[in-house]
Design a protein. Structure first.
Length: 419
C-alpha cells in the first residue's frame, strides 16, 4: 500500500536548516532563539496525544515553560527545539513551516497479517510513517545539494488484469534472474539480495521493529523519485521478501489497496481488486509460471493432488520463498484444490503465530540494527553529504538518528557490504 506524499514546502525548510546548522555551532544553538510559531509546537505535541506534563518532562523543561512556548509568551532556543523535535519525532525543519503540513501523517493503507481487522493506526505506526516521509524528503534535499539526479522507475505497460506480464516487467526492472534468486543461500541472503536490487533502482527500503506485526507488515510511498518501502523487521525474512515485492507492485501501478494476504476472496471494491492483483504479481515474480510448472517436483505431481509438507518446504527452500507463497502459487496455477490450500494455510498461520509468541530470539549489535532499519542507500547518501561538507557531523547523526560515536561503525558496515 501507499501513503500520501509529504508536503513539498518541507523540502525548502530542510535546505535552510542545512545551511543554518553549517554556519551555527552547537554552543551558539543553545543560546539563539528559534523563531517558530507557537501553533507548530502545540500541533506537534497534540498530534501524539502527549499530555503537556509528560512532554515537558521528556524535553527537560518545566510544564510552565512548555506552556509558555505554546502560547507565544516565550520561545525555545535552537537547542531546546532540537530536543522537542526528537521527542515529537518530527524533523527540525517542520517547526519553521507557517502552518502544520497537510497530509503529512495521512495513511492510505498498509499490509497486515491475514484476518486482522482494520483499525486506527497506532502511535508507533504513525511515527514510522512520519519517519519514512522525513527520510524521503531528506534524501531528496541531499541529492539536490550534491547534484545527484536520482534514478526514476521505468514505466510499465501492464494493466491491472495481467499479473504475469507485470511480474515479468518488474523482474526485468529489478535485474534479478531466477537463477540468481535460486543461488541465494538462506532466507537472509535472499532478503538482502532483493533489498539491494530495489535500492539500485532508486527505491528507499527501510525496516522497523517498533510496530506490532499484527498491525503492519509493510507500507509504501508511491512517489518519484525515491519511492519508499517499509517492512516490519519482526516478520520472517521470507515474509519480508513477499512484502517487498508486493509493495513494489503497488509502486509500479501507483495504486493503494486493502492489504492482507487473501488471494481467493472475491474483490468487492477497486482497492480490494488492486490488493489481490499485487499479491498475484508478487507470487508470479517469485515463482514464474513456466519455470515453476516445469520444476521436476511440480511437473511429476498429479493435478490437484495433496502435497506433503516436505515437498512444499523443498520448493520454498529452492526458490527462497515462504511455504505460503508456494501454496498460493500452486492454487493460482490450478495444481491444488482450494480446500487443501485453506487447510494448509491455516496450519502455517497457526505455526507462524506460535513462533511469534515464542519470539525470534537472538541479539544484533546496535550498528547492525541501525543499518537494517535505515537502509544502506539512505545511509550512503547521508555519509556522502557529510564527507563533501554539505552537512556537518551533527546533521549526519541527527538524520540517521544516532549518536556521533556510532557514525564510524555504521559507515564501516556500509563500506564492507559494498566491497
Amino acid at each position: 500500500m501507499r501513503v500520501l506524499d509529504g508536503p513539498r514546502e518541507l523540502g525548502l525548510c530542510i535546505r535552510l536548516i542545512f545551511a543554518y546548522n553549517k554556519d551555527l555551532g552547537n554552543s551558539m544553538a543553545k543560546q539563539i532563539r528559534a523563531l517558530v510559531k507557537p501553533a507548530m509546537l502545540r500541533w506537534a505535541r497534540e498530534s501524539l496525544n502527549l499530555p503537556i506534563n509528560e512532554a515537558a518532562k521528556k524535553i527537560g523543561v518545566k510544564p510552565s515553560k512548555l506552556s509558555a512556548w505554546e502560547s507565544g509568551e516565550s520561545t525555545p532556543t535552537i537547542g531546546q527545539l532540537r530536543k522537542a523535535a526528537a521527542v515529537y519525532k518530527r524533523p527540525l525543519a517542520v517547526f519553521f513551516l507557517p502552518q502544520p503540513p497537510r497530509d503529512f501523517d495521512a495513511l492510505r493503507d498498509f499490509r497486515r497479517l491475514p484476518d486482522q481487522t482494520r483499525a486506527v493506526p497506532s502511535p508507533e505506526l504513525n511515527l514510522e510513517i512520519r519517519r519514512a516521509h522525513v527520510r524521503r524528503e531528506t534524501a531528496l534535499e541531499l541529492a539536490t545539494a550534491l547534484g545527484i539526479d536520482p534514478p526514476r522507475l521505468r514505466a510499465v505497460s501492464s494493466n491491472l488484469h495481467d499479473s504475469d506480464r507485470l511480474a515479468q516487467e518488474a523482474r526485468q526492472i529489478l535485474g534479478v534472474s531466477l537463477q540468481q534468486q535460486c543461488a541465494w543461500r538462506g532466507p537472509y541472503e535472499a532478503l538482502h539480495g532483493w533489498i539491494a536490487a530495489l535500492e539500485r533502482i532508486g527505491v528507499l527500503v527501510f525496516q522497523t521493529g517498533r510496530v506490532s506485526l499484527d498491525e503492519m507488515r509493510g507500507f509504501s510511498i508511491s512517489a518519484e523519485p525515491f519511492p519508499v518501502i517499509v517492512v516490519n523487521a519482526k516478520d520472517s525474512p521470507r515474509g519480508r521478501v513477499f512484502t517487498l515485492i508486493h509493495e513494489f507492485a503497488h509502486i509500479l501501478t501507483n495504486r493503494a489497496g486493502l492489504c492482507d494476504l487473501h488471494t481467493t476472496a472475491r474483490a468487492r471494491t477497486q482497492e480490494e481488486e488492486t490488493e489481490v492483483f499485487c499479491n498475484q504479481v508478487a507470487g508470479a515474480l517469485l515463482l514464474p509460471a513456466t519455470e515453476f510448472l516445469g520444476d521436476p517436483l511440480v511437473a511429476r505431481k498429479a493435478m490437484r493432488a495433496p502435497w506433503e509438507d516436505s515437498e512444499i518446504r523443498s520448493l520454498a527452500d529452492k526458490y527462497s520463498v515462504s511455504r505460503e507463497v508456494v501454496l498460493r502459487r500452486l492454487l493460482t496455477l490450478g495444481r491444488i484444490t482450494e480446500s487443501f490450500y485453506r487447510q494448509k494455510r491455516q496450519e502455517l498461520l497457526d505455526t507462524y503465530q506460535r513462533d511469534l509468541r515464542r519470539g525470534q530470539g537472538g541479539f544484533a549489535p546496535y550498528h547492525v540494527v541501525k543499518v537494517r532499519d535505515l537502509g544502506r542507500s539512505f545511509i550512503r547518501l547521508v555519509l556522502e553529504a557529510y564527507h563533501s561538507e554539505t552537512i556537518n557531523s551533527s546533521d549526519a547523526a541527527e538524520m540517521l538518528g544516532v549518536r556521533l560515536k556510532h557514525l564510524p561503525t555504521i559507515e564501516q558496515d556500509v563500506v564492507d557490504s559494498a566491497a
